[in-house]
Design a protein around this ligand. Structure first.
Ligand code: 6PG
Length: 472
């Protein structure tokens, strides 16, 4: 019997969909799951009548694969990955390849690439984005590892990926853990945009008193614009239109206001802090999830801490897409991409990833959660200047920000006066105002540091390092 082209370990929802995707694209497959009953269930169900066979154990799995073996692991990030690597390694031969398609921490991937490559196996850490549907239809994929290892899977992943006007949504990202690093930052941007849209929803509901359908109509109109047309805006409309089958009221209002997280947003922020990258909009979205989880405390604090009375303010006519609010959402979304790209640029230098920002924008145009029409503009910006320091300095983005700052400021000040938190919108306003200010008040911070700790300071009028005895 001929051997299979592709192996998958882990029949969770993502694994199932990815193997069906591979098989549909002409790669006969073999699947292994820790519990064989799950494998049987899959082969008798969605995997039936396809070129997919099951394996009872890892030896059987490896034996059924063509060489070099290409094995995708879709299992929980963390120690489970190391355990599977240890279990399967004795059956592998030089040149065989393991791919981790989960959301692994990029440093874990660095370590695993070094370990496996030193044993002459290939190891790819590959971010996969698009959720269950994307995995089946075609996700965006961010593979990192050695170039030789990538070349061994190139044909497979190029066929499996989402396809856009200029090619598949996959490319070689770079060495080591770079694929998982780029996926982590993708998720940081994902967190920020989700929170920005949630803030817009909160303002529409509480300030403008709109119901689910009215809000959905505004999101629908935003989704038809070049600046906001995106998967996340599209699903926001769907979420707001969906009714509770029990009483036909807006389902979203029945959902507990506590947001979970699995780690990637946190890792984005930790990496940014470590690397000295400024990502306040992304950080604010993470913090918004943290504070949202303190439900009991928030309920208590509501009766103790006073704020201004809720008051309305002008966010623009809903029948015209609430243009003032839209300005704020556009500016914050652009800032989120700018901060994420900036973090990638800094990490690329520090970790020697040699990231190609233009290609990263290209592979995010389809399949992934942050896909958006705006990515074409991001691609163009890095095409025009591959070393662009900040996306907001690109002429098209600068024009957009300049024309939308007043709307952003109106929304943030209106929200402040109405006592409504808008952490991503307000941190974006401060981010842009700080970034465009050539003289910030950190001269005073430097003076204080030197005053109490002799930390020294630089001067604007002469070179050198200076210290003053401030308290004499
Ligand atoms: C994707 C997503 C996905 C991620 C979830 C959960 O690109 O398909 O980023 O990989 O796991 O969105 O993220 P949180 O649970 O941390 O929100």
């Amino acid at each position: 019997m001929s051997k299979a082209h592709f192996g998958l370990i882990g029949l969770g929802v993502m694994g199932e969909n990815l193997v069906l995707n591979a098989e549909r694209n002409g790669f006969s497959s073999v699947v292994y799951n820790r519990t064989f009953s799950k494998t049987q269930e899959f082969l008798n169900g969605r995997g039936a009548n396809k070129k997919i066979e099951g394996a009872v154990d890892l030896q059987d799995f490896v034996d059924k694969l063509d060489r070099p073996r290409r094995i995708l692991m879709m299992i929980k990030a963390g120690p489970a990955i190391d355990a599977v690597i240890d279990q399967i390694s004795p059956y592998l031969q030089a040149g065989d390849l393991l791919i981790d398609g989960g959301n692994s921490e990029f440093r874990d991937t660095e370590r695993r690439v070094a370990k496996l490559e030193s044993k002459s196996f290939g190891y790819i850490g590959m971010g996969v984005s698009g959720g269950a549907k994307g995995a089946f239809d075609g996700p965006s994929m961010m593979p990192g590892g050695t170039k030789a290892s990538y070349e061994a899977i190139e044909n497979l992943v190029c066929k499996m990926a989402a396809q856009v006007d200029d090619g598949p949504c996959v490319t070689y990202i770079g060495p080591g853990g770079s694929g998982h690093f780029v996926k982590t930052v993708h998720n940081g941007i994902e967190y920020a945009i989700e929170q920005i849209l949630a803030e817009a929803y909160d303002l529409m509901k509480r300030v403008a008193g709109m119901d689910g359908n009215e809000m959905a109509n505004v999101f629908s109109s935003w989704n038809s614009t070049e600046e906001l047309s995106s998967y996340l805006v599209e699903i926001t409309e769907v979420c707001l239109r969906t009714k509770d089958p029990d009483d036909k009221s807006d389902l979203v209002e029945k959902i507990m206001d506590k947001a979970g997280q699995k780690g990637t947003g946190l890792w984005t922020v930790v990496s940014a802090l470590e690397l000295g990258a400024s990502v306040p909009t992304i950080y604010s979205s993470l913090n918004a999830r943290v504070i949202s989880s303190m439900k009991t405390q928030r309920v208590k604090a509501e009766s103790i801490l006073n704020g201004p009375a809720l008051k309305t303010f002008d966010m623009g006519d809903p029948s015209n897409g609430m243009p003032i609010l839209m300005d704020a959402v556009i500016a914050a979304s652009m800032a989120s991409y700018a901060q994420g790209m900036d973090l990638l640029r800094i990490a690329s230098d520090e970790y020697k990833y040699n990231l190609d920002m233009h290609s990263i924008a290209q592979i995010w145009k389809g399949g992934c959660i942050i896909r958006a029409r705006l990515l074409k503009r991001i691609q163009d910006a890095f095409n025009a200047d591959p070393k662009l320091l900040n996306l907001l300095l690109d002429p098209w983005f600068a024009g957009q920000i300049n024309s939308r700052m007043s709307g952003l400021a109106k929304i943030v000040s209106g929200a402040a006066e109405a006592g409504i938190p808008v952490p991503c919108l307000s941190s974006t306003l401060d981010y842009i105002n700080s970034y465009r200010t050539s003289r910030l008040p950190q001269n005073l911070v430097q003076a204080m540091r030197d005053c109490f700790g002799s930390h020294t300071y630089e001067r604007v009028d002469k070179d050198g390092s200076f210290h003053t005895e401030w308290l004499e």
